[in-house]
Design a protein around this ligand. Structure first.
Ligand SMILES: Cc1cc2nc3c(=O)[nH]c(=O)nc-3n(C[C@H](O)[C@H](O)[C@H](O)COP(=O)(O)O)c2cc1C
Length: 236
């Protein structure tokens, strides 16, 4: 059992009210364990209503014991391939209004973002039956930010980022492991290579879909028009 599993296990076994669980969560936030427990780090969160709802729904999903809470699907369109594609990534930060994840800058997703910078992002938390749909423009984070983030990561993770030519074909899985071990031994594991780093997207559209047993599901949309968030309700 990892630290994360152990803490989550204790947390789920707590026979206390949801209110007390949130208090416990706040305690964890203050004591950094929150980062182990939840993965997404909120920094100076934007004060606009959709961001406050997002944070509230996130905390509800934690209280409900949601695993892999940081998994988010990113859909992109490639002009070159004339094709739409999706993949999950781990959302690491929500910094003010920016959602940040990390990837390989030479991967198929990177080529798609280069050719068409509009993406759709999707979260589903089964523990609370909550779907969050977003539309956004995506861009790379700065080299300085990437270097700092890479420096703070474990050398094992960095070796994989350095050694993997992401999504390119390779002769065998063994070769993947060999490349990884070579990198672990020989590379500077604190220096972020230029082909790896963060992506940041700032949504201009949010839809919060909340499933209800009655099937009378609640759908609340926020759309940014001329700098102002317009709120509306959609039929289920
Ligand atoms: C839950 C989950 C989280 C993932 N997180 C990341 C991530 O943070 N960054 C990343 O590059 N790939 C991540 N992956 C792998 C991607 O889904 C994908 O396989 C990879 O990025 C290659 O995508 P591409 O060929 O579209 O560029 C994750 C996969 C899963 C299932």
């Amino acid at each position: 059992m990892t630290n994360y599993d152990a803490i989550l296990h204790i947390y789920q076994k707590l026979h206390i009210s949801a209110f007390l669980k949130v208090l416990f969560l706040k305690f964890l936030i203050d004591n950094k364990t929150y980062i182990i427990l939840t993965m997404i780090k909120f920094i100076n969160l934007n004060k606009a209503v959709p961001y406050l709802i997002l944070k509230e729904k996130y905390e509800e999903a934690i209280v409900a014991g949601q695993n892999n809470i940081e998994a988010i699907s990113i859909s992109s369109y490639s002009n070159k391939m004339n094709e739409v594609d999706s993949r999950y990534v781990n959302l690491k930060f929500i910094s003010n209004d920016e959602f940040i994840f990390f990837s390989n800058y030479e991967s198929p997703k990177a080529a798609a973002f280069n050719s068409h910078n509009q993406v759709a992002a999707l979260i589903y938390w089964p523990s609370t039956n909550m779907q969050i749909r977003m539309k956004a423009k995506i861009k790379k984070t700065s080299d300085e930010f990437n270097q700092q983030y890479f420096f703070d990561r474990s050398e094992e993770k960095n070796a994989l980022a350095i050694s993997s030519n992401q999504s390119n074909e390779i002769v065998s899985y063994n070769q993947v492991k060999e490349n990884y071990n070579k990198s672990l031994k020989n590379d500077d594991l604190k220096k972020c290579p230029e082909y790896w780093g963060g992506y940041s997207f700032t949504p201009y559209y949010f839809e919060f879909w909340e499933g209800h047993e009655s099937r009378i599901n609640k759908r609340e949309v926020f759309q940014k028009i001329d700098g102002i968030w317009k709120q509306s309700i959609l039929q289920p």
